[in-house]
Design a protein around this ligand. Structure first.
Ligand code: IMP
Ligand code: MG
Length: 183
């Protein structure tokens, strides 16, 4: 039977490493947000796996919401007009401490647009939690408040991340074999 594992060249972050890190992040977030109105905002679709794990590693009450954004991809632009909200949040942000949950911080362009947009809605705070970060690819100045793993400048799949909408359901983070791209 064909398995997606056959398409993976090498594993970058194992299932065990992810589990341990998410537990650690959940504990830290629980301490940092004690007594606050924590709202986890998952950016679909890539962060859905991390979100599901992270929310269960958080031991304080929190609410969750989801957002779909599409970047117009202007590589050198920093204006806030360039992120289109495809699906907006359901709830009001007034008084909330918002934690954006992301799969990977790559160029940072998407989030550098989104954070100011959310800040305009009167939350108490807006911070950023990402399971993966590729610092070498950064095009704008943006620092995640919580990071799982820094990865090299390679295209990665799994744990929510896709190649052509596939491989999101791999339980680890890996790099595809070169021939998969040329299929
Ligand atoms: P950026 O930080 O604005 O460049 O965009 C980050 C988004 O690009 C992520 O949320 C992913 O959907 C996608 N992305 C960036 N790098 C990768 C990768 O290595 N594999 C899969 N998706 C990626
Ligand atoms: Mg994607």
């Amino acid at each position: 039977m064909y398995s997606m594992n056959q398409d993976i060249d090498h594993v970058l972050v194992s299932e065990e490493q992810l589990k341990a890190k998410v537990t650690e992040l959940g504990a830290q977030i629980s301490r940092d947000y004690e007594g606050k109105q924590l709202l986890l905002v998952s950016i679909l679709k890539g962060s859905v796996v991390f979100m599901a794990d992270l929310m269960r590693a958080i031991t304080i009450p929190c609410s969750i919401d989801f957002m779909v954004v599409s970047s117009y991809g202007g590589a050198n632009t920093t204006s806030t007009g360039l992120v289109k909200i495809v699906k907006d949040l359901d709830q009001d942000l007034t008084g909330k401490d918002v934690l954006i949950v992301e799969d990977i911080l790559d160029t940072g362009i998407t989030l550098s647009h989104l954070v100011p947009m959310l800040k305009m809605r009167n939350p108490c705070s807006v911070r950023l939690c990402t399971i993966l970060s590729k610092p070498s690819r950064r095009k704008v100045e943006i620092e995640p408040d919580y990071v799982g793993f820094e990865v090299p400048d390679e295209f990665v799949v799994g744990y929510g991340l896709d190649y052509n909408e596939k491989y999101r359901n791999l339980p680890y983070v890996g790099v595809l074999k070169p021939e998969v791209y040329s299929k």
